[in-house]
Design a protein around this ligand. Structure first.
Ligand code: CP
Length: 310
């Protein structure tokens, strides 16, 4: 397979396992490129990409921008704050005005689930979902899975637990789809109040006990509690959450295997993970960030290739 089966990247749910493998193989090549003294290739020299961020971001926004620049694309950056969105402009009008400036691709982060899919059906551009509310964050899942593959050699049969606020997490949902399609086993762990009712229907194991999860897994992906998406309290106090679900060196030392620790960021040090664990040799958190650029270069390159052949 040399082409993606999809015209947009809206979610991992839409991808075939072969798409994921193609993205990984392409990312391998771009990882080699970004570690050269000259980190740039002319692959997207004739492409213009607009990054539309309607929600805060550090990693995803900078990673996409750098990926685009490494591919020699022309880049426009748009943040909702300070734009005419506050004057009542619709998402479609905002996008069409940007596209009128001869833009080919839109990378969008939006607080509403389904926003990227909605845009793909209503404007003439290739759309990449950079996180839509509690729904999906496909490039995060791809870079997470790519980082596991790099560390462990393969994803086949690897046991990955995702720990924390599963209910509000687009990272968790995209990770479940991506890891399963790549052949890994998945467990979800967190408080009952932060576990979606449909969790078991995803074909994953579910536990409410962190020690049990750590005893089972090869890889633990620790998630932040997403207070900004909560309308009510889901646990008695942060201290209580940390006592039950905060990952410490002590918990890791009780495991009989070398466990790989991941986190999509931003980290709340001392809440879901101690600094000692986050900065330890168990952690591949900064490798995830590095791989994010290569994986996003692969996604943009393959989508642009698909667009040019239409
Ligand atoms: N992991 C992630 O999406 O981080 P940002 O919110 O900083 O982009």
């Amino acid at each position: 397979m040399s082409q993606l089966s999809t015209d947009h990247l809206l979610g991992i749910r839409d991808l075939a396992p072969e798409d994921i493998e193609l993205i990984f193989q392409t990312a391998d090549q771009f990882k080699e490129v970004i570690n050269r003294p000259i980190k740039k290739v002319p692959s997207l020299r004739d492409i213009t990409i607009a990054n539309l961020f309607f929600e805060n971001s550090t990693r995803t926004k900078l990673s996409f921008e750098l990926a685009e620049k490494r591919l020699s694309a022309d880049v426009l950056n748009f943040s909702a704050s300070g734009s005419s969105v506050s004057k009542g402009e619709t998402l479609i009008d905002t996008a069409n005005n940007i596209l009128a400036m001869k833009v080919d691709m839109i990378v969008m982060r939006h607080p509403l689930p389904g926003a990227a899919s909605f845009l793909s059906r209503n404007v003439d551009a290739t759309i990449v979902n950079a996180g839509d509310g509690t729904h999906e964050h496909p490039t995060q899942a791809l870079l997470d899975a790519y980082s596991i593959r790099e560390k462990r050699g393969s994803l086949k049969g690897i046991k990955v637990v995702i720990v924390g606020d599963i209910l509000h997490s687009r990272v968790a949902l995209s990770n479940v789809f991506c890891l399963q399609k790549a052949g890994a086993e998945v467990m979800l762990c967190g408080p009952r109040t932060l576990m979606p009712k449909f969790a078991e229907s995803l074909g994953v194991k579910v536990t409410y006990n962190l020690k049990e999860a750590i005893a089972w897994c090869d890889v633990a992906n620790m998630l932040r509690v997403q207070n900004e998406r909560m309308q009510t309290g889901y646990f008695p106090s942060v201290r209580e959450y940390t006592m039950q679900y905060g990952l410490t060196m002590d918990t890791l030392k009780h495991a009989d295997r070398d466990i790989t620790i991941m986190h999509p960021g931003p980290i709340n040090r001392g809440v879901e993970i101690t600094s000692e664990v986050a900065d330890s040799d168990y952690s591949i958190i900064l490798n995830q960030v590095e791989n994010g650029v290569a994986v996003r270069m692969a996604v943009l390159y393959l989508l642009a290739q698909k667009r040019q052949e239409q």
